[in-house]
Ligand binder design. Sequence first.
Ligand SMILES: [Zn+2]
Ligand SMILES: [Zn+2]
Length: 407
Amino acid sequence: MAVVEVPRKAQTVRFEAALEMMRSGVRAFAAWVEQADDESLGEGLIQIRESGIDPLEAVFASGVRRFDKSGEYAADGALSLIAWLKWKCKLSGAAAVERVEIARQLDQLPKTEAAFASGDLGYEHVALMARAAQHVGAAAVRQAESTLLQAARTHDPGQFISVAKNFEHRIDGEGALNEANRAHARRYLHLGEPQDGMVRIDGLLDAEGGATVRSALQAFMKPGKNDTRSHGQRQHDALIELCRHRAGGKRDGAGPRPQLIIRASSDTLAGIRGAPAGELEGGGTVPAATVQRIACDTAIARITGQGELEHELNHATRTIPPSTRRALEARDQHCVFPGCDRPLSWCDGHHLVWWIKGGPTTLPNLALLCRGHHRMVHEEGWALERKDGRFKVTPPSRRVIPSSRSA
Ligand SMILES: [Zn+2]
Ligand SMILES: [Zn+2]
């Protein structure tokens, strides 16, 4: 017993000393980051990766390799090394697979391993090197290792993917094609059911699909004047705009063909208090103000149900006739909201006096508003008026809310 215990004790002492040094290093860096001035902070962040995280990942990889070979993870009851890493090291499945792959491939890529350990090569680059070795074999990667490492130093991980893919294609064109075909088979797009006024969209596009969507969205991504939308919001709006344009087909002066179907009662359309919400086909329930906006320009939406019936009986003129639409486009030319120059293809025909309240569908009662500004008028309380041929807007906070008639 005593013979076994002595080396174990020595190992434990070394482990505890190393652990304490690592922890005190982290503490020292935490304290430094707290009080570092803005100029030196950038260099600090670089060093946290180059001298801390990346070399530690290299140490982690060599430990994982030994653990893999010894099979010691089974002692904890784990069925595989990946399962053990997920469980004990709190990694996602993908992160665990990647670390095991790196550990196994680095053994055969000495230059990569050395660059990783010295902090010269970052984790993401190493993961790409390991993946290339997995795809075309470590021997092929080893032959081109110096060139690839040189490219890794001058390309960020996103760019380095292309370098690595190119290399794989040169070594094994057929394999690269097979991999692309496997990737293509994984493509999907999922449109969720409407929930809490939102529809979740997620998916994986194949490379060509991704490039096509990206370039198509680009045309609609340009920020407008004083545009406060985030990149994500602009991307969302661009996708919707793109779909409207496609589904609208050729413009004939009557605007795009209706694409939305709303079910709403006449009370909802009239915005009467206590009226039920509207129902947008494929979009769930929407507030009355949204129903009113969507129904404002009949080129966009069709109303069904009781509202439609009553409307057809009482408001025979709500559809903007092609000649009026052309005159409206000629007069306004773009969104009339002050400072906005969104082109007419992005605009709805807005009724200044809401048609259900008797506003006529004639040129003086119409205005072109882009989707964003149309929304601000109907749903966010902005008021739009036309006085002496000029449009004037009033923000919600400055609007005088009329008090009751008796006052
Ligand atoms: Zn409107
Ligand atoms: Zn606008």
